[in-house]
Ligand binder design. Sequence first.
Ligand SMILES: C[S@@+](CC[C@H](N)C(=O)[O-])C[C@H]1O[C@@H](n2cnc3c(N)ncnc32)[C@H](O)[C@@H]1O
Length: 507
Amino acid sequence: MPILHWLTREEDLKISGQAPYRLIEPVDEYSYGDMTTGNMIIQGDNLDALKALLPYYAGKAKCIYIDPPYNTKSAFQHYDDNLEHTKWLEVIYPRLEILRDLLKEDGSIWISIDDNEVHYLKIILDEIFGRKNFITNVVWQKKVSPANDALWFSGDHEHLLVYAKNKNLWRPNRLEKDATQQKFYNNPDDDPRGPWNSTAYTCAKTAEERPNLYYPIINPYTGKEVWPKKTRVWAFSQDRHEQNQREKKIYWGKDGTAKMPRFKKFLEGSKNVVPRSIWSYQDAGHTQESMIEGTILFGENRFSTPKPEKLIYKILRIATSNNDLILDSFLGSGTTAAVAHKIGRRYIGIEMSISAETHCSPRLRKVIDGEQGGISKIINWQGGGGFRFYRLGTPIFDENGSIRKGITFAQLGAHAWFSETKTPLPKIPDSPLLGIHGDTAYYLLFNGILKDKSVNGGNVLTSKVLESLPRHDGTKVIYGERCLFSASRLKECQITFKHTPYDIKGR
Ligand SMILES: C[S@@+](CC[C@H](N)C(=O)[O-])C[C@H]1O[C@@H](n2cnc3c(N)ncnc32)[C@H](O)[C@@H]1O
């Protein structure tokens, strides 16, 4: 498969593996509301933050939306967008690799981008997510009126590149008809069933091909017999036509004299529609709208490049259902988190800059208190819920690979389990048995989990320690500081011994 090459590609491909595993630590000052929701805002570089999430959230996010800096060579107030092209690829590539690991098997990733980098991004996404998992390139019309001062073209649109983790497993939700689509429904005959639009009563087949669909019908207003044209047949069998007549679903024009009838399709009860790949500003919002939303939320300190809530609302309705987990690792002013919160999804947002404190946290506080901007009125938002704010803490392992002081059994256990299974630890155990995956049991001897911190004590594999472990009659992987068993004894007991911390590796 053709791949993209850039100056530092070889080194950049190692970045995600080399990033440290850090702790994430709650900060009460910027948290708000119900602390049990699991919603998280993390302040810090998303490379480390995503890595910190891996042992707990690998394969859990149903939808990832990101709006990374576009490399537009313009310095914005809140962050530096003026990265070299190579540097941009260096930033985006390793993050996309970890994001893929965090995505659910039936999940999707949506990336906002403009013309500057979209084609490069498509190629690296093909490499990381697989070309076969590409879903579409949505074109979002972001501007209402053209930028008439543009030297070449008015940049009226942006892209949303959409990939599934596994295209065979992912399906978009169909949406109710939007305002533009509803405009095609009206009610010229005051039908009590409400607005309708009509489709042809005939279809393109000949009488020879479908003789049962070629028959005369009577216009009830004029009493005249009507036949389809020679090259066409009725779209309905005779029985179905009679049913249509009984149900008053046939339209013969305002005064009943139309040459051909039409079939009435009512808006109410009509099928939801498949998502289309061009999104108008009427339907998905526009940049002016997001600026107004920002001014209402933050006054003069509004964020420089926010997305409109309607855009995110549309994405999340297509890509998620109630209570699904959404991840945005370039959170900016918190739009994704605010919309996810209002529509009952769980979320994790990561933002490196001070706007985590000055925009994301205060915005979500307002949302919890019932803020009425953005999509609030459309979905009748009443407030409630909560989130916890976090910052990145120390790396779990120091530069020599040793476990840092203060690391708990649960923290190291989550990493050891992830290192072996590439899945999050289902529950924090209260014994050295972390869990069973496949046919293998995984144990961690650490921090006196056996209440014995003496030399040769609970962190060292001895016969006495083995006896005290929850039993598993099969293969066992045991992490510990040292092992006093001979190689033949380990084999006999079906044990693979691994050293903490050196054998704990993530991605
Ligand atoms: C285009 S803005 C996102 C705007 C957002 N969609 C909104 O509606 O407010 C990109 C954000 O990514 C943040 N960012 C850039 N690099 C980052 C990194 N390495 N880690 C975390 N955040 C980062 C920037 O600080 C900026 O706030």
